[in-house]
Design a protein around this ligand. Sequence first.
Ligand SMILES: OC[C@H]1O[C@H](O[C@H]2O[C@H](CO)[C@@H](O)[C@H](O)[C@H]2O)[C@H](O)[C@@H](O)[C@@H]1O
Length: 593
Amino acid sequence: MIGDCEAAAFIARNGSIDWLCLPRFDSDSCFAALLGEPKDGRWQIAPRAPSEVTDRRYREGTLILETTFTNAEGSVRLIDFMPPKGQASDVIRIVVGIEGRVRMRSELVIRFDYGRAIPWVSRLENGVLRATAGPNMLLLRTPVSVRGKDMKTIGDFTVAAGDRVPFVLTHAPSYLPVPALPDPFSALANTEQFWRKWSSTYQGTSKWSEAALRSLITLKALTFSPTGGIVAAPTTSLPEKIGASRNWDYRFCWLRDATLTLLALMGSGYFQEASAWRDWLVRAVAGNPNQLQIMYGVAGERRLWEWEVPWLRGFGDSKPVRVGNAAHDQLQLDVFGELMDALYQARRGGLPASEPTWDMECALLQYLASIWQQPDSGIWEIRGEPRHFTYSKMMAWVAFDRGIKSSQEFDLPCPVEDWRRIRDDIHRDVCANGCDPDLGHFVQAYGGKELDASLLLMCSIGFLPPTDRRVRATVEAIERDLLVDGFVRRYDTGRTDDGLPPGEGMFLACSFWLADAYQMLGRIADAEALFERLLALRNDLGLLSEEYDPDHRCLVGNFPQAFSHISLINTAHNLSQAEKSLNQRSEKKAASD
Ligand SMILES: OC[C@H]1O[C@H](O[C@H]2O[C@H](CO)[C@@H](O)[C@H](O)[C@H]2O)[C@H](O)[C@@H](O)[C@@H]1O
C-alpha cells in the first residue's frame, strides 16, 4: 500500500497497481483489477522479460515503496509513492536502473466506476495524456513515449544503470482546468521528509518498536487528513473466506475501530492525530443521540447504503463485491462504551478540546439508560436476529463507568447517583445472565452456551479483575473451543446464527486480545509466544489484514485493517510495560539482596 492520507493504492509484486480509488478512499475505483481482472483497471510497470522480485521494502520510516526486479538483462528498482495531497491527488512511479540494460513496459488500463467506465483519451499540447470519464480526469506525464493499443496505454522503454525514468499520474475533476503536475523528484524528497518527520515522533524503545511503528504509519495512512476520520481499511470485499460471501466495504469510519485507534495513537505520543479524530467524532455524532450511527463516511456522511457490483467477479471469485455497508444502521451498544472511554482517556491524556463535549456525553448516557436492555447486533455486526450480547452489555457498563469517572476526576456536573445505580444494575444483569452457572464462564449472549472472543476484553475494560475465577474460566474455555492452530476465532460461525453461511478465518484482533489476556493473567511467556507468532503473519511489508486462514496459510479479509494494527500496537505496549515492570522488580530485588 502507498497513500496520500486521503486515498490509497495497492501494488502487487508484479509491479501492477491493482486497486485505487480517487480522490477519496471511498470514491469509485479507477483500478479494480484486485476484485476482477486486468481489464477492470490497473497500471503495471515491470520488466518485459521474465524476472524475479529480489527485494521489496518501504524506505525506512516512510510509506515509499521500493520493488527491485532482477532478470537476465540486469536489475531495476521501481519507486512508488503518493505525495501528501496538495491541490490534486498524484501517484508517482520512478524506475531506477541498477545494473545492465533492462527492457521495461508500462501498461495503463484506466476504468472508472469500478471497472465499467472506459475513458476518452486525448493528448494535451504539452504532451500530457488526458483520460476523461464523467466527473473524473486522470493525467499521465512521462518522458516515455506512450501509445494506445487495445484500449490500453502502452509505453516501452529501456533503463540502463543510473537512469531514472518518472511517471506521474494525477487525478482532478474533469470540469476544472488541468492542475499543475508535480516534479517527481522533488515530490519524492518532500514525501520522504514528510513521513520521516512523522515517524520521528515515536519514541518506542522495546524490541517490538519497529513493528509498532510500521503499524502506526499504516494507521496514519488510513487517516483522511482533511477531516481526521479513520477508515477501517482502504479496501472493499476482500473475502473473509476465499470464494465465499463474507465480503464487506471497510472504507468508512467505525466508531469502534476509530476509538481504539485514538487510544493507540495517544499511547504512542501522536496527540495531533488523536485530537483531529476526536474533533471528527464530535462532529459526526453531533445531534440527537437516538440518531447515533455505528459508522460514518470519512467526512461524517450518514447514508452508506450497501449495493452489489455484479460486473466484478470478486477476489478469488468471492462474490458479491459490495459497496456501502448495511451495518451502518444497526444498533451496537458497545459503541457507547468505546465513545465514553475514548473521551475520558482523551481528558486524562490532556488532549485539548476544540469544543466542549460534556453535554453531548450526558445526552448519550441519558439515551443509553433507556436502551441498554434492548437486544443488539453486537460487536461482530451479525446480520441475524438481534440478541442480548454479553460484551455489548459490558460496554454499556463501561459507558456509565467512564462517565462517572470523567465527572469525578474533572469536576463535571452530572446526575451521578442515577449513573451509579444504572452502572451497578448493568453489572448485576451481566453477571446474572451473561455467565452460565453450569459452565462457570461467560458466554456470547444471554441464555446461550456459545463462546465469543470479545469476552477476552473484560479485564482490560475493567469489568472484572484478572483474579476473578469467572475470568480465568472464560479464557480457558476460549482456549479450548475457539483456538485453531493457536489463533482465535471470534465465535463458531457454524453454531452462531449470524445470518451468513458459516466459515471464516482466524480474527487477528482477537488473537492479540488473547495475548493481552495472558499478560493480565501473568502468563507472560504465553503472551510473548503468541505475539511473536502473530507478528510472523504480517506480509513482507509489515501489513496485516483482518483475518488469517490457517488452512491456506494466507491473510484474508480487508487489508490493511486498522483493527488488527491497533491491536498489534496495544499488545506491543502492554508487553513492553510488563517487561519493564519485571526488570524493575528484579533490579529492586537485586539491590535489596
Ligand atoms: O462479519 C460480519 C461483519 O463484518 C464487518 O464488520 C467487521 O469489521 C468492522 C470494521 O473493522 C468491525 O468494526 C466489526 O467489529 C467487524 O465485525 C462488516 O463491516 C459488517 O458489515 C459485517 O456484518
